[in-house]
Design a protein around this ligand. Structure first.
Ligand SMILES: [Zn+2]
Length: 460
């Protein structure tokens, strides 16, 4: 006897699709196979005509801090409704600057405690990356404890008031290599972006169409080249976040060819695979994200590099902001970021599978399997017996129109507003518990747990 049997669906693995039932007992998947071989269940879920996939693992979100108005409750509910069963947020090393309210600098370990204290209402699971925001050597004293706290990935920025210079980053790569931890890189050359921004401000170029020109593709590629080169020299594993353009994807492809996927992995985000810079005319500052949404050819490059394997993962870079915080007169006064936790799977499925003919296993690799392997979540990312019953049931044939009116996030807009997509999340399970059912949250707040991650190798 098991608790739940998901019957009659098409199970999607990282390599295949099979007609099979999935048995869940407690928090785990206990069997996958044909119905005759299944144990007797207490309840059955009819998945006829639907895909049964591992829940989406989103390794790049911003929740409940200076880069998002979402709380863990609103964000994890958006995640559950969108088929995401685990996300990885950021534990910030506190810094003093224009972008934060901190009055004194702090540690990454304090950042981990701060985020975990905010997460008691979560309904899906979450992990954390550490983020180094200051060139303070004291950070090297705590890195081992950060890794031991289940946080083996450390984010570094090359831009903004918390960007690091090459010299300090070089030292961080050495330290992470010693700990067998890895670096997560936001790469945009700060001097290029700052210079162009100041020039546009002086020239009064505040219309949103100017925004992408302030952070050009080559600025991303230059910074990626420098950071990846230093990481490879140090023997430090490198994960490039939000790759947005052909130029930086080509840089990463070169290093990956030379050093192998054991050393270098990368992601793009849904919006870089689906939107081009004509969106600024349409939606003003709402789609302002860094790096910016690029040209149509960059969208093609994202798919070429997803197919070639340079890009392993598609994330959201979710930031929950309101229209009011975005639609200001000049783009430089707007918040950077957009929400997508609730729309990621349906939008990317529609673009990749329906419009471009990619397979369901490809979808599972980019959204679940690869992020689980890269970020050290061996119990997640597949439907293998023994792993967590984090499952999304997805009807690939249902068509609906995306609107922010459905948002569980505090964000009152969507950069996909009005987009008709075919494919809808019908049910989401997190560790065996049904959390979202036909557009409603049905789990109690607090079901979501902190996931201590391991530093696992990238030989897969
Ligand atoms: Zn981000």
């Amino acid at each position: 006897m098991v608790e739940t049997l998901i019957q009659g669906g098409t199970v999607v693995t990282p390599t295949d699709t099979i007609e099979a039932d999935v048995a869940i007992d407690g928090e785990r998947i206990v069997a996958v196979g044909d119905s005759e071989s299944m144990p007797e269940p207490a309840r059955t879920i009819d998945a006829t005509g639907s895909l049964v996939m591992p829940g989406v693992i989103d390794p790049h979100v911003h929740i409940d801090d200076m880069f998002s108005f979402d709380t863990y409750e609103t964000a994890t509910k958006a995640a559950a409704l969108g088929g995401t069963t685990t996300y990885i947020d950021f534990a910030w090393q506190a810094w003093v600057g224009e972008m934060t309210d901190w009055e004194e600098p702090g540690t990454i370990l304090e950042g981990i405690e701060r985020k975990r204290a905010k997460a008691e209402d979560a309904v899906v699971d979450y992990g954390l990356h550490g983020a180094i925001t200051r060139q303070d050597p004291a950070v090297f004293e705590e890195l081992e404890a950060v890794v031991d706290a289940g946080v083996p990935s450390i984010k570094l920025f090359t831009a903004y008031e918390f960007g690091l210079e090459n010299g300090f980053m070089d030292r961080v790569f050495d330290a992470l290599a010693d700990l067998d931890a890895f670096a997560v890189l936001h790469t945009e050359d700060a001097t290029i972006c700052d210079e162009r921004t100041e020039r546009f401000q002086a020239e009064g170029k505040g219309d949103p169409e100017w925004y992408p020109k302030s952070r050009p593709d080559y600025a991303e590629a230059i910074a990626a080249d420098a950071a990846a080169r230093m990481a490879m020299e140090a023997g430090c594993r490198y994960y490039g976040i939000h790759t947005s353009c052909r130029q930086s994807a080509e840089v990463l492809a070169d290093y990956r060819e030379e050093y192998g996927p054991e050393m270098l992995r990368a992601e793009t985000c849904t919006h870089y695979t689906t939107l081009d810079d004509s969106i600024f005319e349409e939606l003003g500052n709402l789609p302002m994200i860094a790096p910016p949404i690029r040209k149509p050819d960059d969208i093609e490059a994202m798919f070429e590099h997803l197919e070639a394997g340079t890009l392993d993962v598609v994330s959201t870079d979710h930031c929950g902001y309101t229209k009011e915080s975005k639609q200001v007169d000049n783009w430089w006064d707007s918040k950077f970021g957009a929400n997508a936790l609730q729309t990621n799977l349906p939008v990317f499925h529609d673009e990749a599978v329906n419009r471009r003919g990619f397979s369901y296993p490809f979808l599972v690799r980019a959204l679940s399997y690869n992020p689980a392997r890269i970020f050290g979540l061996p119990g997640k990312g597949t439907l293998d017996p023994g792993t967590d019953a984090d499952i999304v049931i997805f009807d690939p044939d249902e068509t609906y129109t995306i609107t922010a009116e459905d948002n569980a996030s505090v964000a009152d807009f969507s950069i996909y507003e009005g987009r008709e997509v075919t494919g809808r999340v019908t049910q989401t399970f997190v560790r065996g518990e049904l959390v979202a059912d036909d557009g409603e949250i049905v789990a109690e707040n607090g079901h979501g747990q902190f996931v201590e991650r391991e530093s696992t190798d990238w030989a897969f």
